[in-house]
Design a protein around this ligand. Sequence first.
Ligand code: FAD
Ligand code: UDP
Length: 375
Amino acid sequence: MQVYDYLIVGSGLFGATFAYHAKEAGKKCLVIDKRPQLGGNVYCEEKEGIHVHQYGAHIFHTANKEVWDFVNALVPFNRYTNCPVANYKGELYNLPFNMNTFYQMWGVRTPEEANAKIEEQRGEVAAKLQGREPQNLEEQALLLVGTDIYEKLIKGYTEKQWGRPCTELPAFIIRRLPLRFVYDNNYFNDPYQGIPTAGYNALIDKLLDGVETRVNCDFFARREELSGLAEKIVYTGPIDRFYDYRFGKLQYRTVRFETETLDTPNYQGNAVINYTDRETPFTRIIEHKHFESFGQAVYDNPKTVISREYSTEWQPGMEPYYPVNDERNSTLYAQYKALAQEEKDVLFGGRLAEYKYYDMAPTIEQAMLLAKRVL
Ligand code: FAD
Ligand code: UDP
């Protein structure tokens, strides 16, 4: 018997945002998630009074005022600005690539000197490309920043994160990082940035307020029964799983988090430190308290919680985090997408169902667009 207008599979930001709008439009929804809690990858666990980003550090940033206003109307955001630091074999560099980085790398002090240095470094690859578009991440990175930055800050980190040589990765991944000739360590170019003051769970609670939810509920364990409950399905899980991997498995990267509570108020002095050499087995260390306490307030709590992130290839049973948008996977995804487009009663959205490297704000934006289109 159909009890709901929508069965929403997945309670991450896509599912939760769609559910919010569906409820506002008077629709009856059931949101299910196979995990023991709601919120997808933005879920936080509280440890020692600190919101620990259980599935990886999440910094909200956007240029979309509608999305920013939407989330701020639900919960207040703090003023956190992401300024990661890179540690290359003990040498420290500011990120993203800016005048501070160039000074640390080459001792150059003016934008003109920095530009000249980069021009000198990128000359070789520019000559090799002869005006053609970079075909892979290595070419793109060398063209953007030259050899020194590529070798010290990009190559090792990227190969650890993606488990593939930079020559086999798509160029767009590195275009996410800004390059600027000003002294500005803000990792993002977006005008709006922050973290919910009360943590991401508060945002999810607001989005799902008044919506029926079930956790520990895997859609595929009771597919027929659950599908029969609703007129339409919004599916936000992996698209290849939805079609029983009939064309083959898409590849994902996953991350193993090694989380520790330490008896010190301030372990590394920053929320994010990337270890950009190839030998250190983890990619970065996150110190969660720096996402929400600033300046002297860091010392109000005598303890801290850190997570080391180890990036590995996804295997069945693990959490799929990052789609690997290389040629093989893009071709495979196109086959699944063609099937999805034929569905009348199933709508697909989010990072896993669209096999796309969406950040939080674009995920919310896409869910809002879908809601506008179908509700
Ligand atoms: P998800 O959050 O993955 O939610 C999907 C949900 O579906 C999950 O809860 C899953 O359990 C559930 N599900 C799957 N299959 C089933 C099933 N069969 N039955 C029931 N439920 C199912 N974005 C930013 O903007 N800033 C950041 O700093 C940032 N950092 C990130 C760091 C990491 C390590 C990762 C992995 C992502 C990061 N992101 C960041 C991206 C952000 O996590 C995503 O944009 C966002 O979570 C996408 O939401 P979603 O709803 O599409 O997917
Ligand atoms: N990257 C890098 N060195 C760094 C940080 C990032 O080479 O210190 C590259 C890496 O290839 C990564 C990409 O830039 O995949 C995008 O980084 P971002 O921090 O945006 O990735 P995410 O937050 O999604 O992990």
